[in-house]
Design a protein around this ligand. Sequence first.
Ligand SMILES: [Zn+2]
Ligand SMILES: [Zn+2]
Length: 352
Amino acid sequence: MAFLDHVLESPSYGWKDASGALITPTNKQLLSEFFSRLNIFKNKKNWLSFFSWMKVAALLPFFVLFICYHFSWPFFIAGFLYSMVLMGTHGTIWHHRYCTHQAYTFRNNFWRFITRNLSLKIIPEEIYVISHHVHHAKSDQPGDPYNATGGFLYCFLADVNHQPISRALDETDYDRVVRLMEHTGVKSNSYKRYVKWGSIACPLQSIMHWLLNWGFWYTTFYFIGGHGLACALFGGAFFWAVGVRTFNYEGHAKGDKEKQKDGTDFNREDNSINQLWPGYVAGEWHNNHHLFPSSARSGFLPYQLDLAWCYIRTLKSIGAVTSYKDSKKQFLERHHEPFMAQKNKIDENSLV
Ligand SMILES: [Zn+2]
Ligand SMILES: [Zn+2]
């Protein structure tokens, strides 16, 4: 069996039926799988998913404190921009373009560390990275961990139900998984510890990193704008952490192939679409991205603002990033220019 076919922990309802078609679980099945896989008392190997959602839940009290005791419109707007733009763009810069696609390289570990910790730590790298490789290999096919044709909840709960790595990897496959994560700087468990914990990440180190990261940012925000600002930004992060889980469903057009538009969505191999909101706030021009996954830039057309690319370019200009891949030229040559030439020809003919 190919590596990407079994690298993720299969859900109890399975990926596909005997005929190879996607199994679409009911909402009840999805929720039952979700809570079963969060239960650390049933199986301590569930710790990483539990830890990830615990962090999300831990952000909610900050929002409540902000609303009840510190509310102000300027801080509310700051929370909105921090969560949607900064955290959204950071996800693209770090988890997506660097950790998964290795679209650029850092000069040294210092800049990697700065970039990793540029915003509140919430999503564990391994949950994102390994499953995202599978997503690209099987987009909108059975086995895609956030297959949009499986429905909203299938994607929304994917980080627990479909994205964690398998707990049954042999040593050779575990080594391959570790190699996919090597450049991220996340310290990997030995095979023996993986067998014990079911994860690449080490629990103690993950908890320490989380505490230091949140402690650093709360203190920084406090010195800038007191508890009011800190609670507004941490509270805003709660909405980002929940909202970001809807992207995989929306970014693949809710499973609807008809949503792809001529002149906008050039890749027709899957259901991905370019959308203005994820594009503007996070540089996620998802149809472009599926055309050129390893490009450090996804906003190819003049209106496609790509803040993640702006960050990578800025780091390159100060020498913190040593190289990047940029597929804009190929995109224009192979897709956009032929499309425009064809369009102009049709327009000219219609004038005659
Ligand atoms: Zn996709
Ligand atoms: Zn990708």
